[in-house]
Design a protein around this ligand. Sequence first.
Ligand code: GDP
Ligand code: MG
Length: 211
Amino acid sequence: MNCHQCQKNCYSIKQKHSWWTRLTKKYRKEPLLAIDGNIALVGTPNVGKSVLFNRLTGNYVTVSNYPGTTVEVSRGIAKIKDYQIRVIDTPGMYSLVPISEEEQVSRDLLLEESLDMVIHVVDAKNLGRMLPLTFQLMEAGLTVILAINMIDEAEQLGLKVEPDALKIELGIPVVVMSAALNRGVRELKQTILQLLSFQPEPDSANVEMVR
Ligand SMILES: Nc1nc2c(ncn2[C@@H]2O[C@H](COP(=O)(O)OP(=O)(O)O)[C@@H](O)[C@H]2O)c(=O)[nH]1
Ligand SMILES: [Mg+2]
């Protein structure tokens, strides 16, 4: 008895499955990503938003023009532990009251994207000039993490930043970092998960910057 005569039909089903599987393999869609959070990087130009964006997202990135403009917006997925967080790298902005097209796009993104939080990236060398935007973001009702970037350059200039004092004064998480040197990025990721309630509060020692 050969396979054609066999009532069980097991061999042919197996074969059928295998050629069908192979045939449809290249048309099969990737499973949809389950997104655990939405965050945006905001701040003035040249503070290291894009360097941080690349550190967080790696290869999972798309770049497109914001509709109706020539302003580019990068979007990506940060994989932090088992969580997938959607990250937007917004164009540079000085204030929530827009003057330039870039600022308008950033403001619109903050309003439209139903964000879980924003990471306000600031230059450690020019903290005073940048904190007014932190207040504006907080006043707008956004959940804010203050990422004090370029600490390496501030240290070279002999500037001292006191994140704990700022954390108490502002009442928001503060992370000191150098995106270019990959310093403090791990703490930032930890803080993101804590704010998304995926991780318990660490003891204060863990919030300290780790080289
Ligand atoms: N020294 C130092 N340079 C940095 C750091 N982060 C970013 N940069 C540099 O700052 C410049 C502006 O960075 P970019 O990510 O394009 O800023 P953005 O305009 O905020 O997106 C680039 O030349 C980066 O290499 C940092 O932590 N330390
Ligand atoms: Mg940029």
